[in-house]
Design a protein around this ligand. Structure first.
Ligand SMILES: *[C@@H]1O[C@H](CO)[C@@H](O)[C@H](O)[C@H]1NC(C)=O
Ligand SMILES: *[C@@H]1O[C@H](CO)[C@@H](O)[C@H](O)[C@H]1NC(C)=O
Ligand SMILES: *[C@@H]1O[C@H](CO)[C@@H](O)[C@H](O)[C@H]1NC(C)=O
Ligand SMILES: *[C@@H]1O[C@H](CO)[C@@H](O)[C@H](O)[C@H]1NC(C)=O
Length: 445
């Protein structure tokens, strides 16, 4: 039926369009000047006036998939195969990612979860890093029905340390049931560090749902952190953009890229973080850069933000570590930039350690009007997912690859700006730059 009704409409449209075209071409004074044609966003690739990137009409949106949000739950096994503790290392968001994976594994193995061990750097309270960061009661309550969680181990096993099963070095898609379940059954209490590249999409649905629920619906910052975060949030003028700018010595060292014009103290910090990763030189450096491997500098970030028509008086919260280099490249152009250091009371700021600061940046970034990241790391993935969960769609990842390729082709000024606009407009429109795997699905708008 629809086919029949569309066809005549289409023909009419075609005829009118041809007529219109004839009028335009034949008329001595064309009704549309070239200029206005170029400005019409439907007719050209050009930016329309001063509208920023967020006004672009999206065609795809990432949302949590129905299969776990609607929670058609499989009943938990009557008998548990044993107790599992997840041991997590690294930065806050890396520990969180590994913990989420561990919850999925615990459910896969029909095990009972005990609270995880977060790497105890000197600054965490020894007993439980996890409870210092996340709200334990809330976690247990939210996991009800998804996986069994206990706060305390039964007395007979509480006294011994778990048998350690470190999967972090395993390659490929090994089978947890085959390789970990026997240890669990033998020792009754094991600790695991999940493999980094394991694909959880082959798990049964109940294990995948447990993982999604743990990661995105059950982890809320501890009351202390949440209070600090909301104080900080209150202090930022609204609306604002949270900008995750990752141009710190460790990042630059890790990237193996070289930058000109850094201060001697920055160079020293980079050298100290470099280890045996030497920077690429010559042609290899260019190829590396064109593959999008080099972190954007604050200066390059400012240039891209301008290309996206983000007004230079936009209020920006800088979600970044204290070691950020060459910050004036951004603040010379964007003048309303706020940092933790300027917003927090001095004694608060100096007493805070790295992971608390990371937690605050996370909190601000999942509550900001818009979020832009210059990198797609663990924090960015977590923030993008939480923003998608909350229906906050103004999320964008700047393309290091596009920037490198355009500049190496010699694009400059307005031409460069136009090319950058198109790439990011398409990413934003198609939800491409911020594609979220696993627990999220893309919906056509
Ligand atoms: C876990 O329990 C389910 C039934 O609830 C069962 O189908 C599955 O085989 C069990 N898996 C393991 C590893 O025990
Ligand atoms: C560590 O524990 C002490 C006492 O339980 C508490 O006063 C302090 O706030 C905790 N530290 C952190 C970082 O939560
Ligand atoms: C970036 O740095 C270059 C060289 O220092 C300067 O000419 C340019 O204006 C800067 N661009 C921005 C956006 O700050
Ligand atoms: C930025 O400038 C525009 C136009 O000059 C103005 O309308 C807007 O209120 C300004 N925004 C901020 C946050 O100052």
């Amino acid at each position: 039926m629809i086919v029949f009704s569309v066809k005549p409409l289409f023909s009419i449209l075609l005829v009118s369009l041809s007529l219109l075209l004839a009028v335009i071409v034949l008329s001595p004074s064309t009704p549309f000047s070239e200029r206005s044609l170029a400005r019409n966003p439907l007719l050209s690739d050009s930016r329309s006036g001063k509208q920023d990137i967020w006004t672009v009409q999206r065609t795809v949106e990432w949302r949590p998939c129905n299969w776990w949000m609607e929670g058609a739950l499989t009943a938990l096994p009557v008998e548990s195969n044993g107790y599992i503790r997840v041991d997590c290392y690294g930065g806050l968001n890396q520990m969180r990612r590994d913990f989420c994976d561990g919850v999925g594994i615990a459910r896969l193995l029909n095990a009972t979860l005990v609270l995880p061990k977060f790497e105890v750097a000197a600054y965490w309270n020894e007993s439980s890093g996890f409870a210092d960061v996340f709200d334990v009661d809330y976690f247990i309550q939210q996991m009800n029905g998804f996986v069994e969680v206990v706060r305390e181990l039964p007395a007979e096993i509480a006294l011994r340390e778990p048998f350690q099963v470190d999967c972090s070095k395993r390659k490929g898609h090994f089978d947890y049931i085959e390789s970990v379940l026997p240890s669990l059954k033998e020792h009754h209490y094991i600790s695991i560090t999940p493999a980094m590249s394991q694909r959880s999409d082959r798990y049964p649905l109940y294990a995948r749902a447990g993982r999604c629920q743990a990661c995105y619906n059950a982890l809320r910052l501890s009351r202390t952190l949440e209070k600090k975060g909301s104080e900080l949030l209150d202090a930022i003028p609204k609306p604002f953009l949270s900008l995750h700018l990752r141009f710190e010595p460790d990042m630059v060292a890790y990237s193996q890229c070289e930058y000109a014009g850094l201060s001697p103290s920055s160079m020293k910090a980079i050298e100290a973080a470099r280890g045996d990763r030497k920077p690429w030189t010559g042609d290899a450096a260019l190829v590396w850069r064109n593959r999008g491997k080099c972190p954007l500098t604050p200066n390059e970030t400012a240039l891209i933000l301008r290309a996206l028509s983000i007004p230079t008086n936009t209020t920006i919260y800088l979600a970044a570590g204290d070691g950020l280099m060459k910050i004036e490249g951004l603040t010379n152009v964007y003048t309303n930039v706020y940092t933790k250091a300027t917003l927090l009371r001095r004694e608060d700021f100096t007493s805070m350690h790295g992971n608390t600061k990371a937690a605050l940046d996370y909190y601000i970034s999942i509550n900001s009007d818009s979020y832009i990241a210059t990198y797609f790391g663990n924090m960015d993935k977590m923030v993008a997912a939480m923003r998608a969960l909350k229906g906050l769609f103004k999320t964008l990842f700047l393309s290091r690859r596009a920037f490198a390729q355009f500049t190496s082709q010699g694009l400059k000024g307005e031409e460069l700006s136009e090319a950058l606009w198109k790439v990011h407009r398409d990413d934003f429109m198609l939800g491409r730059g911020s594609a979220l795997p696993d627990c999220f699905c893309d919906f056509k708008l």
